[in-house]
Design a protein. Structure first.
Length: 218
């Protein structure tokens, strides 16, 4: 059984100074300066991960690599275990060898929050239109880990003067219709039909999302 550790316990491990704890786990951004160096770092991370049988999420871009670590076996009690700290230290050491400096200012996690009177009525719409999956009691999350987490905050009464949320969702042209149909089946409605360029959908409480094919099929 894998035991969770606290953020304080994580930071007590030697060699993890580059890392920051977020709602998504432990994260670090390494500025590589070139795609070639990023590929080298990614390769080394893959070797370390396979050796530890513990695999992070890695985002490779032209000038940097972002790594996120979390232990799924300890959810929902916590996101971290000693396995994360040990692998984090090894990854940082490899990054230093390759001259990839850590930049904590580039690390962040984005979450979308929606106030809702009836969370269990609203949540299926957002899971359907975004292709997400329910998570815990008040969230939906991207199964692939690419999009931001969405959290639904319980309201006691309507707040008509409060800003309403609006999202723009760009999807492939051959996906748009199935997403729209799934969202409507989950309790949503089409409030503006500007097809084939975009469609504005609303959940049961009026929160809106524009679904636009990408690339534009017009």
């Amino acid at each position: 059984m894998v035991e969770p550790i606290t953020p304080h316990e994580f930071h007590a491990f030697p060699g993890v100074e580059d890392w920051r704890i977020l709602s998504t786990g432990a994260a670090c951004y390494f500025a590589t300066g070139s795609f070639a160096t990023g590929v080298k770092l990614l390769t080394r991370i893959g070797e370390l991960a396979d050796a530890a049988n513990h695999h992070p999420d890695v985002d490779l871009r032209y000038s940097g690599v972002q790594v996120r670590l979390r232990t799924h076996e300890v959810e929902p009690d916590g996101w971290l275990s000693a396995r994360d700290a040990e692998l984090a230290a090894q990854i940082s050491a490899v990054a230093r060898e390759l001259g990839a400096a850590a930049d904590p200012s580039r690390v962040q996690a984005v979450q979308i929050a929606i106030d809702a009177l009836d969370i269990q009525r609203v949540r299926p719409f957002w899971a359907a239109v975004l292709g997400y999956a329910p998570f815990l009691d008040e969230d939906v999350t991207d199964p692939g880990g690419f999009g931001p987490n969405m959290w639904f905050q319980q309201m006691d009464a309507p707040r008509p003067q409060r800003n309403r949320i609006h999202l723009d969702l760009y999807v492939p042209g051959d996906v748009a219709r199935s997403r729209i149909d799934a969202a409507v089946a989950a309790g949503g409605s089409v409030v503006r039909d500007n097809g084939p360029n975009w469609w504005t959908l609303a959940d049961p409480e009026g929160n809106e999302v524009d679904v636009a094919p990408w690339p534009d099929i017009s």
